[in-house]
Design a protein around this ligand. Sequence first.
Ligand code: SAH
Length: 343
Amino acid sequence: MVNLKDFTYEQLEDFLAQQGEKPYRAGQIYSWLHRGVESFEEMTDISKDLREKLKKISTLGGLKLSDKLISNDGTVKILWELYEGETIESVVMSYKHGNSVCISTQVGCRMGCKFCASTIGGKIRDLSAGEILDQVIFAGKVTGKKISNIVLMGIGEPLDNYDNVITFLKNVGNPKGINIGYRHISLSTCGVVPGIYKLAEENFPITLSISLHSAENETRNEIMPINRAYDINELITACKHYISKTGRRISFEYAMIEGVNDTPIVAEKLARLLKGMLCHINLIPINSVKESTLKRSSEKSIYVFQENLKRKGLTVTVRRELGSDISASCGQLRRKNQKSEKQ
Ligand code: SAH
């Protein structure tokens, strides 16, 4: 059975044409799908015959709510169960400018970053385009909040699931559907360089975030194995290409880890590396993960690091922490759930 949400709009038209249906049916069905209907019966402007026919050959996707945690600051963490019983996470954060959902792109991750809980059990499988989209649709439904921003920063590496992520992007920004503006979407990568070149050709005015976390290859090799395939120079070259091709500012994520990447010497190196680039640096006080010995930098070293970068003329902010009381960082809720099932 095909999941209708895995199709682009054009693919849905073709699929319906194969069933002998008129193209305008695609518009009606697409709109129902993006409103999150949970049964074909809800598609009230579609004939009963067509609904019966579609029911036999396709599904509407959908996600089962497995757990929902609400933080003191209003952040909502959602654990979804997929059709085979695997789980993924989404997080809804409320800001002054609107509600943002952080979504997963894979079940697990194979990138192996040392500080990240999502990668501990490896990658189980890619999410389909429809499963990625459903997190946006149903996060809105289960929280009752209108989602205006999306960050692809949940479990998984988006550029390691390239085709499905691109189909998702085509659908989520389609004016015929949920229609979230590309300028309100960020995609975060650990540095899958070929994916960055491909993405530069796609013409989505999204924000690209790069999880840099170090300005030195030796350190980055240690904490982020992807660096052994594509080192810092190759990554920065790809970023410069992306900026010149798209005209978009890149956001560099930098998780502050005590004694690993937080010294003034490293700040100096980072400033040299990013000098003159159209970019923004986002310092993230690292969330400690039980399975890892890496510790968060002190507030003082984060402050000094930030000031050093600012003095060199870089734009740098420190990420405000949300949802720390509900394990809102990547993969922690899924890990907890897996462990409690094993006990
Ligand atoms: N694979 C993608 C997207 C998912 S990770 C990527 O690497 O960018 C989303 C962000 O959370 C990345 O910047 C990642 O490095 C960061 N992250 C992962 N574990 C973290 C932790 N324990 N504390 C702080 N940030 C973390």
